[in-house]
Design a protein around this ligand. Structure first.
Ligand SMILES: Nc1ncnc2c1ncn2[C@@H]1O[C@H](COP(=O)(O)OP(=O)(O)OP(=O)(O)O)[C@@H](O)[C@H]1O
Ligand SMILES: [Mg+2]
Length: 292
């Protein structure tokens, strides 16, 4: 991964310049050199030298169209800052190979100092453009300055918080390990999405596990997954599962909560019914969720 490779060549002064640009980006798209100097509290000479260096490494985008030159971070620059922070905090020590690519994220394996292996998810919303603006609105509210930095940071925070909330229940949902900016680190299950399996040995057991766990999450911490389906359940050869991808989760008091809960249950039911001939009744399961 580009950012991890580049991180090795960067000095703390370079990182401080990147952070200065990051601060400036809260107020505007591009940050003028004078403001980079201000936020970094370096002399102008040092600021210029560092800006040149991080730009040469491909971590920034330069705008020289205006009367003064300004910079913004690109996604690699932002990755560098987040990875650096996670290493500093001893959350991770090393990045491994890519293990998945979602529409809005890249997922890698990683390792900590004790050689525990985790999954590291980097949010990439708006990678191409902010086409589906409605989706992001629920994250950013009515802010006018729509920065991808901010959107992805909020996304990571939201998923991390959901995982934290669920963690106390001790279920097959990734244990949250740490997060910074647009990256979260969590428990990893070496396997593949349920959807990729031609066949599984114990479909009834796995179906029950998913339903029972979702019921506990709903009843004990008041959360609904919101995007439940065969693509967001990881399964290994021994039948261990991990229910992932909690960005879309909503709380039970959300106006659409019932509808989303029903849709989650329906998705799982229809998959297991069609593929494994499991008998299940969405209405009946939904009722069980709402009772107890
Ligand atoms: N904790 C994990 N353990 C193992 N694999 C994981 C884990 N988290 C993510 N993955 C892998 O990365 C892929 C993408 O992760 P996830 O579904 O969370 O991202 P996403 O961007 O929301 O995807 P999409 O929007 O396409 O559903 C998963 O389908 C899976 O292959
Ligand atoms: Mg997914």
């Amino acid at each position: 991964m580009e950012a991890a490779r580049l991180l090795k060549n960067l000095e703390k002064e370079d990182l401080r310049i990147l952070m200065a640009i990051e601060i400036g980006m809260k107020r505007s798209d591009y940050v003028a050199i004078e403001n980079v100097r201000f936020y970094s509290r370096y002399p102008m000479e040092e600021t210029l030298y560092r800006l040149k260096k991080v730009h040469k490494y491909g971590l920034t985008i330069r705008n020289s169209a205006e009367y003064q030159i300004s910079y913004k971070l690109n996604s690699i620059g932002y990755d560098v800052l987040a990875l650096h922070a996670l290493v500093e905090k001893n959350v991770i020590s090393q990045l491994g190979p890519a293990i998945g690519k979602g529409k809005e994220s890249d997922v890698y394996s990683c390792m900590d100092n004790e050689e525990n292996i985790y999954a590291l998810k980097i949010y990439r919303m708006g990678r191409t453009s902010f086409k589906n603006i409605k989706k992001y609105r629920s994250l950013i509210g009515n802010r006018s300055h729509l920065s991808w930095l901010y959107v992805n940071r909020l996304a990571a925070k939201k998923e991390y918080k959901a995982l934290k909330k669920i963690y106390q229940l001790d279920l097959n949902i990734p244990k949250p390990i740490g997060y910074n900016r647009h990256i979260i680190v969590m428990e990893y299950l070496r396997g593949k999405e349920l959807a990729y399996y031609k066949d599984i040995n114990i479909p009834q057991y796995i179906f029950n596990e998913i339903i029972d766990q979702m019921k506990l999450v709903y009843q004990k911490v008041g959360l609904i997954h919101g995007d439940l389906g065969e693509w967001n359940v990881i399964c290994d050869e021994s039948g261990n599962i991990l229910i992932i991808d909690w960005l879309q989760s909503v709380s039970a008091d959300h106006p659409n909560a019932k509808m989303l809960l029903k849709r989650d249950i329906r998705n799982i039911c229809s998959y297991f019914r069609k593929k494994y001939r499991i008998e299940c009744n969405t209405k009946k399961i939904l009722k069980e969720f709402l009772e107890e």
